[in-house]
Design a protein around this ligand. Structure first.
Ligand code: GTP
Ligand code: MG
Length: 268
């Protein structure tokens, strides 16, 4: 230990996803438990905010860890605004470096950097059933995954960027209109594939001749494995990005949020 040793702070998990998906409601649930007045009373987030949480193996987020004496791991859960105009500065900006960090918002951390361990991309599984929500959600997810992928092309030296697990939390399964997690997964994969195809066509149609495109341009806009016709989340493994899709809900009756909590606990 010396005075020059950087202050180490807790690792963090980043919540992101489109506006209205339930990020702030989920953070409130994990912070206060289901007995809180109502995690439903949220409003559109405009800034990033975080809470400090503790997770222990085989325990619920409702468990009082002090009482059980279990060894807990502490981490920061960081909530970001989903509004398209606020995403780039708040959520995407953290993801482009090889070892993503977030400036700890805790006053006690004196602005120290917190290592980002995992992403939870919250989606509204009921909204995905119809309308514009699917393309809008997939557009944001495409940006997130492409940003993570690009870390590999931009890296200096031989060290691979930190692996980044991504949980797609298919939220609002209490609603009967909600798509089950398996359909959320396949619909998102299909839509990401459409966006990928449209982008690469757009690049070719934009008057930029094939010759003007250097290899990097092609690689950079193309999400997932080369030469694959269909997009699948499994293709992201090549870039050390493991994607899981798990259903749940923050309010109402349904599978709840325990599986998400467990997923997070295994990665912090
Ligand atoms: P932004 O801050 O705008 O990015 O949105 P957000 O993702 O933080 O959404 P928020 O947590 O504010 O939730 C939006 C609305 O969805 C609120 O009215 C919540 O009560 C509601 N909501 C969240 N989770 C669930 C759920 O599991 N089921 C149902 N039925 N509603 C939910
Ligand atoms: Mg919010």
């Amino acid at each position: 230990y010396s005075a020059a040793t950087p202050y180490t702070t807790l690792p963090s998990v980043l919540l992101l996803g489109p506006s209205g998906a339930g990020k702030t409601a989920l953070l409130t649930l994990f912070e206060r438990g289901p007995s809180s007045p109502s995690p439903a009373q949220t409003h559109t987030s405009q800034v990033t905010s975080s809470v400090e949480l503790a997770v222990a193996q085989e325990t619920s987020y409702t468990t009082d860890l002090d009482a059980t004496g279990a060894t807990a791991k502490k981490f920061l859960l960081v909530d970001t605004p989903g509004h398209p105009k606020l995403r780039a500065a708040n959520a995407l900006s953290y993801l482009s470096s090889a070892e993503p960090t977030i400036k700890s918002p805790l006053a006690s951390d004196h602005g120290a950097k917190s290592k980002l361990k995992a992403l939870v991309f919250v989606v509204d599984a009921a909204a995905l059933a119809d309308g514009d929500a699917l393309p809008q959600t997939a557009e944001y997810l495409y940006e997130v995954l492409l940003t993570l992928q690009k870390r590999f092309h931009g890296r200096k030296g031989s060290r691979a960027p930190a692996s980044m697990p991504v949980l797609i939390a298919a939220n609002k399964l209490d609603l009967f209109t909600a798509l089950p997690a398996a359909l959320v997964k396949s619909n998102l994969e299909a839509e990401l594939g459409r966006i990928r195809a449209a982008r690469s066509n757009g690049l070719l149609d934009s008057g930029v001749g094939q010759d003007d495109l250097n290899a990097n341009d092609e690689v950079e806009g193309w999400l997932g494995g080369d030469g694959s016709e269909k997009f699948s989340f499994a293709q992201m493994m090549e870039f050390d990005v493991e994607v899981d899709v798990i259903g749940g809900n923050v309010v109402g009756d349904g599978p709840g949020a325990e599986k998400w909590w467990k997923w997070i606990g295994e990665r912090v």
